[in-house]
Design a protein around this ligand. Structure first.
Ligand code: URA
Length: 437
């Protein structure tokens, strides 16, 4: 078999066999196939697409390129959650303790920020002492004892995906449905998940800008799951405006604590509950969405989820006292409140611009190895649908200095569109796709 023949076959619109796909992925992972051929193959896939069967084969070939984690001892069904990435997305910090408290173990591998979208690991590392680099044994022990652990993805799981992803990033081949679907699913399957809740973000601050596109991606991941006996549910969630009010690492930890305490923003609470409900259903901890919701609502209301968060933070080396004293978290030296430039209803608040500005302030990385500043970011005081009067506080920028705060303020004002008349905000969740629906 020759790599060039497989590139040509895909270029000409043919369906590749299981053997051909495994040959290519293995060859690339083991450096027998060079980057230029892999890039040509990825471009042929982007232009020609893949059938469901080919996408399943691609996923499993990437799983086979490395180790797979067995979490079977944790419980009968291991449920994972994956977000396709967004702005202000601190859901793991809330959903993790929430479902762990409902009796579903959470053994999660997360990522760092990518572009304008934040990463769970960066948020957790804002907590003084918190360690995300646990050994496999410590990871397993922490989940066994505390019901929950979140660590960084090891390079040993689906290494072919890591190599492919880096190549796609610089060859214009990221936005391909089969490539995205197999990339995400290979990591989840290698990570030991039996069932997966996908948080597919849709809108200005997401990969998929429209609901039909997101639905197609979600359906392909459900099909992959179905093909390899993993149950998958997809929650299509609004990412036109940021999720919640806080963007930036320390600030998002604070908002997660507030949400666990019952005083967080409504959209964030609803979004987290929607994901947690689906996790309990897949994990067989509830038989109907209503039953799951009731259980989770009670866990939040009674403060049990917050207690679980505290114990989890301590178990991973973090300072649990941040829960009662958030001033123990890193704080930016400058806090600059921006006043509303006019009266009106907020009609649009561009999530991508908010995310990009947070990166410029230092909350994310502009280059691959740049360090981040955990204290910086922004806190919105109003969102789409809210009415504000000229001069009211619109948002507060947390910056390293006045100059950066002023520059961010000028940029952020561009993220808003205004309306004279009332605006109905979109729901945090558009729709839920279940395998058996
Ligand atoms: N996230 C992934 O893990 N892979 C992709 O290809 C896109 C988003």
């Amino acid at each position: 078999m020759r790599a060039v023949d497989l590139i040509e076959r895909k270029r000409d619109g043919h369906e590749l066999t299981t053997e051909e796909i495994h040959f290519f992925v293995e060859g690339y992972a083991e450096d027998h196939i060079p980057d230029y051929q892999a890039a040509a193959w990825a471009m042929a896939i982007l232009l020609r697409g893949m059938t469901v069967r080919e996408t399943i084969d691609l996923t499993m070939a990437m799983v086979a390129s490395g180790e797979t984690l067995s979490l079977r001892r944790l419980g009968p069904v291991v449920v994972d959650k994956h977000s396709t990435g967004g702005v202000g997305d601190k859901t793991t910090l809330i959903v993790g303790p929430l479902v762990a408290e409902a009796g579903l173990p959470v053994a999660k591998m997360s990522g760092r920020g990518l572009g304008y979208s934040g990463g769970t690991l960066d948020k957790l590392e804002a907590i003084p002492g918190f360690r995300v680099d646990l050994s496999p044994q410590a990871f397993f022990d922490t989940v066994s004892q505390h019901g929950l652990a979140v660590v960084s993805q090891t390079a040993d799981l689906a290494p072919a995906d890591g190599k492919f992803y880096a190549l796609r990033d610089v060859t214009g081949t990221v936005p391909s449905l089969p490539l995205i679907a197999s990339s995400i699913m290979s990591k989840k399957i290698a990570g030991g998940a039996d069932a997966i809740v996908l948080d597919v973000k849709v809108g200005r601050g997401a990969f998929m800008e429209t609901v039909p596109e997101a639905r197609e991606l979600a359906q392909r991941m459900i099909d992959i799951g179905h093909g390899v006996e993993r149950r998958v549910t997809a929650v299509l969630a609004n990412m036109n405006q940021p999720l919640g009010l806080a963007i930036g690492n320390s600030l998002e930890v604070i908002e997660a604590i507030e949400t666990l305490r019952g005083t967080g923003p409504r959209d964030l609470r609803e979004h987290c509950l929607a994901l947690a409900v689906e996790m309990l259903l897949l994990g067989q901890k509830a038989s109907t969405p209503e039953e799951a919701y009731e259980q989770l609502d009670e866990i939040l209301e009674t403060g049990r989820a917050l207690d679980r968060f505290r114990r989890w933070v301590a178990a991973q080396g973090g300072d649990p006292d941040i829960v009662d004293d958030v001033t123990r978290l890193p704080e930016a030296p400058v806090q600059h409140t921006v006043a509303a430039p006019r009266s009106g209803h907020i009609a649009r608040l561009d999530a991508r611009m908010c995310g990009l500005t947070a990166v410029t302030l230092g909350a994310g990385r502009e280059t691959k190895n740049a360090s981040i500043d955990p204290g910086v970011g922004l806190v919105l005081h109003a969102k789409v649908g809210d009415h504000v009067r000229e001069g009211d506080p619109l948002l507060t920028i947390h910056a390293r200095n006045q100059q950066e705060a002023q520059a961010a303020a000028r940029r952020l004002l561009e993220a808003y569109a205004w309306s004279e008349t009332a605006v109905q905000p979109e729901p945090p969740v558009y729709e839920i796709l279940r395998e058996d629906a």
